[in-house]
Structure formats: structure tokens, C-alpha cells
Design a protein around this ligand. Sequence first.
Ligand SMILES: [Zn+2]
Length: 258
Amino acid sequence: MSGANGKREVELTLPIGYTDQEGRLHRSFVMRKMTGKEEAILADRRNQRNGGRLITELLHSCMIQMGDMPKNGTGPIAGLYSADRNYLLIKLRSITFGSELQAEYSCPACGEGMRVTEDLDELPVRELADGDSAEEIKVELEDGYVDRDGSVHTALILRLPTGADEEAVAPQMRQNASLGKNALLARCIKSLGDLPKHRLEALGPKILSDLTMTDRRLIDRALNQGAPGIDLVREYECPNCGHVFKSTLDLTHFLALE
Ligand SMILES: [Zn+2]
């Protein structure tokens, strides 16, 4: 029971929080440990086909209290930003099985494999900074999107993705991670230059596939660098050759029911 504190319930503060229809922000959530009920959710084939749906079901099942809201269906869980959902998921793993996680990496320089014990409770958590909005992230594209009349649009405004976005694009994501990402980002575009709303919606993921890789990288940076949530980028030093490299936390054995 390494790391587990023996408490069945834990109160957590979301990095961003959920804004309800009256505009009130809810950030203090109470969750309980996973039980046999959640083991059945994890094993359900219908959930395994849609990772977003699985996370929604899992978090909903373990949720005791969401701010001051009455517990009412899976809607608010799907409505949470992905950053908050991932935070809750990591905490859920930590309170249920303990905070230690065995992860495996291979050195990009020499190929040497290494095993690392991560402490999930020690991962840095970044809260949404004062004055920042999860609903309005501005990116100035370098090359821009070229419309059919030849006009170039460079001022892009996006919001952060939510669980509902994850659920909607799961089929595309399963077929092709890059196309899945285009579909996800297309859902998050709020405006692009002066393209009218209906045109944005008609173009959808096509906008993303037409952007240069320079611009796609700018979008990645805007969404990930300094973004709220748990920072999953880890830095390691290879014990064999001394090379220092960065890698995203290996979550392969994350919810393994050993
Ligand atoms: Zn190495």
C-alpha cells in the first residue's frame, strides 16, 4: 500500500474548474477510491472503444461532490476541460493504488531502456493563471489559412478541449492520431481571422490539415506550454550514456489492475 493514505475520499481543487450555466465557478471536488464497480467500467468493451467516454464514466462513478452542484448525470463531467479530467484521473489512481507508478523509458541517444518509479503526487500542477482564460487562447499564425478567394487568415482563437470533445473525436483518434487531433482542434476553434462562423463549421478539420507544420507547431505550443493542469513532461538522465532527455510520463500501467 505504498503511498496510499488509507482514506476512502479526498477533496481536490481543479486546476481550471467548471463554470455552470449561471456562470458560477466550481473547483472543489470530492472523489472516492475506485471499487469493483469501476473495475467493471474499465472492463466494459463499449467503454474501451472510446477513451473519452471511459474517463467520463470512471470519474462520474467515483465522484461524490462537484463544487456546489447537485450530482446530475455525466454532463458536467464531460463538460470539464481535459486538463481537469486528467488531473482527477491521476489523483484517482493515486488514492486508489498509491502514488508510486512504474514507468519505462528508452534513451533516445543510446537506446538503453530504463525503469523509473514516478511519484504521481509529486508531479507539478499548474493552475489557470489570473487573467488567463481557458476559453480564449490567441495564436498568431505565421503562414495562416488561405481561403478559397486567396485571403490569408492568421488570427486564431481557440479554447481548451473538454471531455465532450474527447468523446466526439474518439473514432477518428482510434483510426489515425493525427486526423483525430485535427478533429479535436477543429472543435476548439472559436474564430480564425474574419472567416464567418458557418464557413468555419463547414471547413472543420480541413482547416487544420491545410495549415503548415510551422503553424501547427505554434498551436501546439500555445495549448501546451504553460497550460493549466498536471505537467506530464519529465526529464531524465540516461544511466548508460549520461544523455539528458525529456519524455511524456509513461501511463501504460496507469490503471493496470495487477
Ligand atoms: Zn543513453
